[in-house]
Design a protein. Structure first.
Length: 154
């Protein structure tokens, strides 16, 4: 719960910061994620929401919330991540994050999670479509996340 509060507080502080300049007009990049997570030889549908606040042309900070309902033998998994993003060139985003994986079921528990991700943004009108690849490192194991994020910058 402390991580969720920290992510929310960080996002609110960044949104209200008047001294931060971003590239172009858009600073806020909320989105919806749909994809799949593969871990321990199981692949499951994954959905979630994400948000990035861009400080400038190259740097941003974001939060990610994902659900995998059937993961971990049907117990379900929830992932929350705070992620630092680097944009080396236009339309490319690389992320490095830290967060928690919460496993439900009869014996719920939480694990620390580290994420490395990469995205490429295609523009369709006022929207962005981002193919996303991420690797989560959890308690000595890896989970691979692949999917699309649908972004509406403002």
């Amino acid at each position: 719960m402390k991580l969720n509060s920290t992510i929310l507080l960080s996002a609110l502080l960044l949104i209200n910061s008047g001294t931060v300049l971003a590239a172009g007009d858009a600073r806020h990049f909320p989105g919806i994620f749909l994809g799949y997570t593969n871990a321990a030889d199981e692949t499951h549908f994954t959905y979630g929401i994400e948000y990035e606040y861009k400080f400038n042309q190259h740097w941003g900070l974001g939060a990610i919330y994902e659900k995998v309902d059937d993961a971990h033998h049907g117990d379900g998994v929830t992932v929350t991540i705070a992620e630092l993003f680097y944009h080396p060139v236009k339309n490319v985003r690389v992320g490095f994050g830290i967060g928690k994986e919460k496993i439900g079921g009869a014996h719920p528990h939480t694990e620390d999670l580290y994420r490395v991700s990469a995205n490429y943004e295609f523009h369709v009108g006022d929207f962005g479509i981002e193919p996303t690849v991420a690797v989560d490192f959890i308690d000595g194991e890896k989970a691979y996340v692949l999917g699309l994020a649908f972004i509406k910058p403002f």
